[in-house]
Write a protein that binds this ligand. Structure first.
Ligand code: PBG
Length: 334
């Protein structure tokens, strides 16, 4: 692109900024409900509802889920992503509950798809809600082992496919899991199942409130640096993205969001496939906490941050603020 700009004073770039109507006409990016995906925490009836570090976000029991999804549908949001709070008694070394076709996620998925067939349903593929050590994969002698983890994740993906989810989102960062899941899906006849690959998922401090919501932070042994990416790296993210696409991913995820806008932009430049971004729990909590202290205007700050994802090149954004923002935005339907 050539940057043809006349010299000042012929060119005054402020001319186009002087009125609101004109700013709207020259705006390069817009945010609409079509850009938003809401992560939803679910729980059994007896589990706690509030999440201390995430004011305004709750764990929903199955009976609360239907009215809640109705509200989501009415807001125009196209898809939700489910995350379970598993009762501690059901967590074990191997995360076996992940493979139970009647686990919380599967029951919620069937309920949602029966009631709201046209609400997109995304399910996470990773073992952390189910393991007693809080890791996303299988732990052997203190190591998260790759190939053994992939085997279990493939089974987990199939169980969730059977429960009727629309998109499988492996967030585990094991090598080769996209290809293995794709192969198993094809063999079982799920040839149209979408895979949203968490390709560039960083070992980030911004996941803290999410781990509290899942109840996995207090149990997590060590850290996730042997499988999630080093925040120092960007070229490696391109290799991850390319590999996931080669293995059959339909969409790529960058996570966290705002601190990694450069990665979203690089993905947008490098790949012609949809790029999603995740405005993670810590990003939400920061904005909420500062606004609760009167230090930030929450609505303005969250809208600005979501628009930044669009500017960087994201097709859609996971955000805990999605519902409140969607209810404020008007759907753009063309
Ligand atoms: C784990 C998973 C995490 C998040 C989504 N899936 C946390 C982690 O990797 O420990 C974080 C999301 C957030 O912080 O909002 N499979």
């Amino acid at each position: 692109m050539t940057l043809l700009v006349a010299e000042y004073p012929h060119c005054r770039l402020r001319r186009n900024r002087q009125d609101s109507w004109c700013r709207d006409l020259v705006a390069e990016n817009q945010l609409s409900v079509n850009d938003l995906i809401l992560p939803v925490f679910i729980r059994e009836k007896d589990a706690p509802r509030d999440i201390a570090a995430m004011p305004g976000v709750f764990r929903h029991s199955l009976d609360e889920l239907i009215p809640f999804c109705q509200r989501v549908r009415d807001s125009g949001i196209k898809a939700i992503a489910l995350f379970p709070y598993t009762n501690p008694a059901l967590r074990c070394e191997e995360g076996k509950e992940a493979l139970n076709p009647n686990n919380l996620i599967c029951r919620a998925s069937r309920l949602i798809k029966e009631t709201f067939p046209d609400l997109g349903l995304i399910a996470d593929v990773a073992l952390d809600p189910y393991t007693s050590h809080g890791h996303d994969g299988v732990l052997l002698k203190g190591q998260v082992v790759n190939d053994e983890s992939v085997e279990v994740l493939v089974e987990m993906a199939l169980v969730q496919a059977e429960a009727g989810v629309d998109v499988l989102a492996p967030s585990d960062m094991m090598d080769g899991r996209i290809g293995a899941i794709r192969k198993a899906l094809d063999q079982k006849g799920y040839k149209n199942m979408r895979i949203l690959a968490y390709s560039a998922k960083y070992a980030s401090a911004f996941y803290g409130p999410f781990r509290d919501a899942l109840g996995s932070s207090s149990v997590l042994k060590g850290d996730k640096k042997s499988y999630q990416m080093d925040p120092a790296n960007a070229l490696e993210a391109l290799r991850e993205g390319a590999q996931d696409l080669m293995e059959g991913a339909d969409m790529l995820m960058v996570k966290p969001g705002l601190p990694y806008l450069d990665i979203i932009y690089r993905f947008r430049e490098a790949f012609s496939m949809p790029i999603f971004a995740y405005q993670v729990s810590g990003e939400y909590s920061m904005l909420k906490a500062a606004s609760e202290r009167g230090w930030l205007d929450y609505d303005k700050a969250i809208l600005e941050s979501l628009l930044a994802f669009k500017r960087a090149g994201a097709s859609a954004v996971f955000s805990y603020a999605a519902l409140e923002i969607a209810e404020k935005l008007k759907a753009v339907s063309y």
